[in-house]
Write a protein that binds this ligand. Sequence first.
Ligand SMILES: [Fe+2]
Ligand SMILES: [Fe+2]
Length: 312
Amino acid sequence: MSLQAQFDDTIRRDHRIEPRDWMPEGYRKTLIRQIAQHAHSEIIGMQPEGEWITRAPSLRRKAILLAKVQDEAGHGLYLYSAAETLGADRADLTERLIGGRQKYSSIFNYPTPSFADVGVIGWFVDGAAICNQVPLCRSSYGPYARAMVRICKEESFHQRQGYELLLTMMRGTEAQRSMVQDAVDRWWWPSLMMFGPPDTDSPNTAQSMAWRIKRHTNDELRQRFVDMTVPQAEFLGVTLPDPELRWSAERGCHDFGTPDWAELRRVIDGDGPCNAERIARRRDAHEGGAWVREAASAHAAKRAAQAERSAA
Ligand SMILES: [Fe+2]
Ligand SMILES: [Fe+2]
């Protein structure tokens, strides 16, 4: 069997492609791009909520938020490792991110002016991440699929902590309830945009689905997120800011309005409210950490030289 035929057969039988296997160059490139964007999103995603760690209203909330933000760092690291199994170089991926040559999720370019944003990010953003990522646990590339299993378990903790925080605020004062509603109003549409452009404008989807990297289209996942979130909003007592949102008995799911796709384009192209700030901070952290990387390399070289001497 030719290498291409073996690859096609593995995909058709729903088995996993592993790093040692032959794969088409397009498959490798698509995966590196997707996994790198995903890793960058986890790392940049630490910033909007990280801003609240020093200002969390109680020790309990601080401990929870610290754990959550730290989990996101871990997700980024598993994903950079998965990209390395495809031959990508992690330092190069970081350079691409801070040089603006590789993207991350549009959602992390929005500001977090109130503590209710921490709750709404957990509920919406981690909730949307779960919709996107649960099907990736069955992605055709083994290291990516396996990283997703653990990440998804942690994302469900993130979503619950967000929802629990909002439930607590909704049982509080009028001012707290209006903080929650205000955060819901600001995050709803950007969260729907997290699933990417509509299927009619998503040229790579068909190939990714044929390779079984992706299992559902952007619009299918967006619909799933809306259907999951509506009853949660009712229970919480908040209004989702979409006058067109209603149950469709005919379709068996919710109808909803159209996100502002021009806004998504602008934010992806670098012109969102916080793009410049997010990248500047990431660049500072990378430059500030240069001495740690140098020290670690010098130490590794010293140990290698010692080992060589004692072997001699
Ligand atoms: Fe994450
Ligand atoms: Fe998360």
